[in-house]
Ligand binder design. Sequence first.
Ligand code: SF4
Ligand code: SF4
Length: 400
Amino acid sequence: MRNDTGDGTRVNASERTRWVCERAREMGFDLCGVALVEGLEDLGHFPEWLARGYAGEMNYLRDDRRADPRVVLDGARSLIVVALNYNSPPPYSTKIPTGRENEPARGWISRYAWGDDYHEVLKENLDALAAEMRQKFSEPFDVRVYVDTGPIIERVAAKYAGLGWLAKNTCLINQQLGSWLFLGVIITTLALEPTLAAGAAPPPDLCGSCTRCLDACPTDAFPEPYVLDARRCISYLTIELRGTIPQELRAGMGNAVIGCDICQDVCPWNRKAPVTNIPPFQPRLLAPQASVTNKPEECAEPSLFAPALEWLASLTQQEFSATFRKSAVKRAKWRGLVRNACVALGNSHIARDSEEYVRVVRMLEELAADQDAILAEHARWALDRLKAPRSNSAAGRACN
Ligand code: SF4
Ligand code: SF4
């Protein structure tokens, strides 16, 4: 079927797909593909995953519309899926030396949250792409734009748009780019030709016999390959969970304060993943008044790359808001971040004869007397750990 474009020429579904994907690439997206709204077979696993309770308190995932994009938008036909590389240059969490002298205890903020909030960055660009589509194609059509916030499972759409495979660590992996990819989707009533020819299989699963991600997960969050029990995942515990972190999982959290990258850091497909220098995804620099202890050896300036735990745990609500304005860290909220920093301090190995130890113990004692019962309990747990006799074994990713 051919339709008029805004400039009077006539194009078919195949030409539209080519134009959309070329335009997405010109706008800076690394990958773009199109899937039909029907036949997303992997969505069929989702109800069972929910029924097993693996979503924990993420009740927004129970939205029935997730089972079928056609319910999201009346008359929907196509899913345009884009990916943007966020693999900024600082090293992987698994490559940072631990236990260096004179280095303060450091926390780990997940790579995706170092810079500006990716939801906003991608949404702005996808909105611009949708606006250009309206100018280009004259026939009336509807769109909805989603970046991890709507009832669309982006990674499943990405698989069927030919962008990669759904790996044992449940991430989408692209053979050339690895898994450090932000995904966004435009669902539209416009007829577009799918990237994969009719009957063609999505990209093959190249995990093979590898189990590195499953073996490396410090909280055993994979009950089986390709299945994540979010309730045990550090990303969920540090960002989504509002209440008390289960005590039996705290030691495994190591120094994580926002998210966890371990199952991606160890993946062989990320060893040669291209690095991006897109400014919004570089570690946010901290204000000069932030302690100088926030500059790890790997960084020229203090930033959100491995910031000092003492600084994180001491942030006031106002400082939190100023530091994490337009940042994905906001989702954890001030209370969550301080709670997480307490856990990471409890897992740290700060030398007992150091000034840092004295300051941290004093700060935790103040938090342990806080009116907020959750903060107080996590601070007490951290104090007990810091003061307990030490063994040589370090749990999870060490803090120093
Ligand atoms: Fe495990 Fe961390 Fe991966 Fe979650 S993000 S599954 S805790 S390795
Ligand atoms: Fe697949 Fe191995 Fe990467 Fe896990 S670490 S996602 S098993 S290739």
